[in-house]
Design a protein around this ligand. Structure first.
Ligand SMILES: CC(C)(COP(=O)(O)OP(=O)(O)OC[C@H]1O[C@@H](n2cnc3c(N)ncnc32)[C@H](O)[C@@H]1OP(=O)(O)O)[C@@H](O)C(=O)NCCC(=O)NCCS
Length: 176
């Protein structure tokens, strides 16, 4: 069975909770959240997250023989002055599935839907500078670096810098 890529529904909440824990435990330098903080959340919290405002807040998943093995989330900013922006979060693929184009497939699916949102002009992502596969993937999709936050994360005694990246998805409004 080939890898299936589709948007998650509230029925995927339990699988998403488990995959998110795997991501935070196996790649602690890749994410600002911690596994300990995740364990305080319930499956119902994830169900609510997958139900709330699905037009502007969604998660794409990759499935291998029916099992959720990859995820990438998108959330649009809600403020009147920031609704032209959205953010990608939680990009993760199980190690055994990497290097076969699945990450690219998930991000392409997510960005196609995000870019189609009325009024969206840029999509942001923060990537730990040590996650070289992820930053190469984002660059290949057109994301450009606009800065670097030094020592953005402290994982144990180790400091992690984060590269701040953005993808322009529509021409900016021009004042006339
Ligand atoms: C980032 C991640 C999802 C990529 O998934 P993937 O399925 O392995 O990536 P793909 O096979 O689709 O590769 C797509 C592109 O990404 C880049 N890439 C992927 N793996 C790479 C690697 N090991 N080294 C360098 N570039 C890499 C390449 O540009 C590649 O295109 P190419 O194959 O034409 O060279 C996966 O590596 C992962 O889960 N990493 C750990 C978690 C993480 O870093 N998350 C990011 C949080 S911001």
């Amino acid at each position: 069975m080939p890898t299936e890529i589709r948007f998650l529904t509230p029925d995927d909440a339990s699988a998403l909770w488990n995959l998110r824990l795997e991501a935070l435990e196996s790649e602690p330098t890749a994410f600002s959240s911690s596994a300990d903080a995740h364990r305080l959340l319930s499956v119902d919290d994830f169900r609510a997250r997958l139900s709330s405002d699905p037009a502007n807040n969604f998660v794409v998943g990759a499935f291998d023989t029916g099992q959720l093995v990859g995820m990438a989330g998108f959330v649009r900013e809600s403020g009147q002055k920031s609704r032209h922006k959205g953010r990608v979060w939680g990009v993760y693929l199980a190690a055994r599935m990497r290097g076969k184009g699945v990450g690219l497939g998930m991000l392409s699916t997510l960005l196609k839907r995000a870019a189609a949102l009325e009024g969206i002009e840029q999509i942001l992502i923060s990537v730990a500078s040590v996650q070289t596969a992820a930053s190469a993937l984002y660059r290949s999709l057109g994301f450009v670096s606009y800065g670097c936050e030094l020592r953005a994360l402290k994982v144990g005694d180790r400091y992690i810098d984060e590269e701040l990246m953005s993808l322009p998805v529509a021409r900016q409004a021009v004042d006339v």
